[in-house]
Design a protein around this ligand. Structure first.
Ligand SMILES: O=C(CO)COP(=O)(O)O
Length: 261
């Protein structure tokens, strides 16, 4: 089965719940339902917005999916500030990003913790979007492919093939995040193809052909088309451009092959 393109908007720490409602309404209004047949669209708001987004999506039967930006490795207990898989599942979250470079950098998340969080998401029926990617110095040294495949192997450690088949992988080179420097389609393809090859050698061709591999880093409506045209790029994890209704809608439409709504 062909992999369906996924565009996920990572809002990061932006927009309160009222602003979240306004943005989701804007997307729902501007992106006609026919586009959802070609592209799956998800938003990943801050925790405080999820309930409001859920109410809107359920109430208006929107085709838009939603999820969270982090998940605790624990199910419940004395873990101040954490939010658990059961809580996110109860809110109808379809996706959760795990191991985003900002969490690795600012919250000291290690591959080991990221691996636990991937397992926590799967345990509660939430699709983890396993984020990985190299810093600029790693790329300049020519070690980016090895770095990314190592992070993939570590993030999936201990999972069975049928579990891996449910994971989404997001290649986000750190030097491209929030910098306006989008990777070239060929650069994105190089790493995404290497990740798929790694999946194939660890879990078999069928799993490798099922897992969606996204690209993230300064993706805009004018760059998404050439990125998703690559064989191994199955969509994008979008930061800044996902905060603007019109631009995000345009980006989703372009990912669906157009035309603009
Ligand atoms: O980190 C990102 C998505 O997770 C990318 O952010 P930008 O699209 O703002 O570069």
């Amino acid at each position: 089965m062909a992999r369906q393109t996924l565009i996920a908007g990572n809002w990061k720490m932006n927009l309160n719940h009222l602003e979240a409602i306004a943005l989701v309404q804007k997307i729902a209004f501007a992106l006609p339902e026919k586009y959802y047949a070609k592209v799956e669209v998800a938003v990943l708001p801050p925790f405080t917005d999820i309930r409001s987004v859920q109410t809107l999506v359920d109430g208006d039967k929107l085709l838009l999916k939603y999820g969270a930006q982090d998940i605790s490795q624990h199910d419940s207990g004395a873990y101040t500030g954490d939010v658990s898989g059961p809580m996110l599942a109860k809110l109808g979250c379809s996706y959760v990003t795990v191991g985003h470079s900002e969490r690795r950098e600012y919250h000291g998340e290690t591959d080991e913790l990221v691996n636990k969080k991937v397992k926590a998401a799967l345990k509660h029926g939430i699709t983890p979007i396993l984020c990985l990617g190299e810093q600029l110095d790693v790329r300049e040294a020519g070690n980016h492919v090895q770095h990314c495949t190592d992070q993939l192997v570590a993030g999936l450690k201990g999972l069975k093939a049928d579990q891996v088949a449910k994971v989404v992988v997001a290649y986000e080179p750190v030097w491209a995040i929030g910098t306006g420097k989008v990777a070239t389609p060929a650069d994105a393809q190089e790493v995404c193809a290497a990740l798929r090859k790694q999946l194939s050698s660890s879990y078999g061709d069928e799993v490798a052909a099922t897992v969606r591999v996204l690209y993230g880093g300064s993706v805009k409506s004018n760059s998404i088309g050439d990125l998703v045209a690559q064989d191994d790029v199955d969509g994008a994890l979008v930061g800044g451009a996902s905060l603007q209704g019109e631009e995000f809608t345009k980006l989703c439409a372009m990912a669906a092959g157009g035309p603009l709504p």
